[in-house]
Each structure stands twice: as C-alpha cells, then as structure tokens.
Design a protein around this ligand. Structure first.
Ligand code: 1GP
Length: 255
C-alpha cells in the first residue's frame, strides 16, 4: 500500500504547494456529493479532506467516504473532530493534537482512545499539530482553544517550532471554517521563518485565488478550502493560484 505522506512529499517536491478540498459530512448531503466531487476533480485539487467540528457517527462517515471513493480517485484524508469520526475506508487520517487547547482531551486524550484502532485497522496516521488562530469558529469553540491572536504570529511560530521538535510531520494554522478573515501572509511568513521540514498547512476563510497565492508565497505548503464550494465560489481559480505560487517558490525559494 502506498504511503500518503510520501505521496504528499513527492507532490510538494514537484509542485511546491498543494490544494486540499474539505467536505463536511454534516453540511454536505449525499445528493450534493456528485456535484461537489465533479467541481473538485475539474479544479485540479489534489486531496479531499473529510470532517467537521460537529457530531458525526462512524457509520455516516464510513458511507460518506465510500461514496467519495466511488465518485473519484483522489486520496481522502480524515479530519476528525473526535474518536467517532474515524473509518479505515479513508486513505489517511490527520492524527491531530490541538496544541493550544485548554482541555487535555483534545491534546492527548482523544488520541490515546483512537490510537489502538488506528494502529490495528488504519487508516495511515499523519501526525499533525493543530493550532487555532483567532477565535477559530466552531473548531475553536468545540476544541476549547485559547486562540492565538491574529496580531501575535510569534506565538504561533513558537508553537510550530515546538511541534517540529516534538516530531509532528504537519502543523496546521486554522482560522476556522467560514472565518470572515483568513490568516494573513505576514503571519504565515513569520511562522515559516521558525520551522524547517515540518509541512505547513493553512486554512479557514480562504475565498480568493489572490490570497491563496500570497499564503503559498509566504510559506504555506498545503492550502485547505471548504466553504468556498458551498458558497459556489471559484475553486478552480484558487487551485490554479496555489499551483502558481508553488511553482514560483520552487523556482526561487527566497522570493
Ligand atoms: C476548516 O480550514 C478549513 O478547517 C477550511 O475553512 O471552510 O473557511 O474554507 P473554510
């Protein structure tokens, strides 16, 4: 079985940055799924993420992932909000620790409960330090996060550096799904300056190709968008600009 982590690393070496499309099984009906998958496939998005911050049961998420797999060949990564949203029908799972939560359940508790299942049945775990920036919308509320202020990027940079030292493979700067404002390129640049090999993921409130491009140029490796699909926005333009930024970064890493 191929490793999705290696797949992501190889694609990053080739394209400089990737785009991930988030589908929330709570707000996306099975009826809408074929239309969404069609838009995602045509946009050139690289990976589908499945998850949301509110309650979902294992049977629903399993059927949701199976349906996606029947509709396209893109890899699927689970983005769980709790131990109930795990299924080995996906290719991988963001095995996340919400480092700036005030509740240890979201830092190590849920992970302890989930690990035996994931070790035994899969899917491939991709270790990720998850950081809520600002209020973080539903994810910030549910995860009891002490959100990092948008004007304090140095705090996120310190967390990201800690994540790298602790051995996480990915760090996710999350403004929260549907956030009015995304994390700024300046914020990302400061975080990037503190880390080396850990893969930097940025999401929440990204609604234009221009901002996606600037975030990649500032150092984001993976760009996540979700709401734009539900709002009927131009996913294709965002993906195109992610790839443009990635290509430019590969050609001139100092830019
Ligand atoms: C949420 O960052 C993702 O975890 C996506 O956010 O829905 O605002 O694109 P949006």
């Amino acid at each position: 079985m191929r490793s999705l982590h290696n797949y992501i690393k190889n694609k990053l070496q080739k394209f400089g940055a990737l785009h991930l499309s988030l589908l929330d099984p709570v707000s996306t009906s099975f009826k809408d799924l074929p239309r969404y998958i069609d838009i995602i496939s045509k946009s050139g998005s690289d990976i589908i993420m499945v998850g949301g911050s509110t309650v979902i049961d294992q049977e629903h998420i399993t059927n949701f992932v199976i349906s996606i797999k029947e509709l396209c060949d893109l890899p699927v990564i689970l983005f769980p909000n709790n131990i109930s949203s795990i299924t080995n029908k996906a290719d991988a799972i963001w095995f996340m620790s919400l480092l700036n939560s005030l509740n240890p359940y979201y830092i190590t508790g849920a992970q302890m409960l989930a690990a035996p299942y994931v070790k035994k049945y899969g899917p491939e775990p991709l270790s990720m330090a998850y950081l809520i920036i600002g209020e973080g919308q539903t994810a910030g509320f549910v995860g009891e996060a002490k959100g990092i202020p948008l004007d304090k990027p140095e705090l996120a940079a310190a967390y990201a550096a800690a994540a790298e030292i602790m051995g996480f493979k990915y760090v996710y700067l999350e403004a929260g799904s549907g956030a009015k404002q995304s994390i700024t390129p300046k914020f990302v640049k400061i975080v990037r300056s503190m880390i080396d090999d850990i893969i930097l993921v940025v999401g929440g409130g990204i609604r234009s190709g221009d901002i996606a491009y600037k975030l990649v140029k500032a150092g984001a490796d993976l760009i996540v968008t979700g709401t734009i699909l539900e709002e009927g926005g131009k996913l294709e333009e965002i993906v195109e600009m992610v790839k443009k930024g990635g290509e430019e970064r590969l050609n001139d890493p100092s830019a």
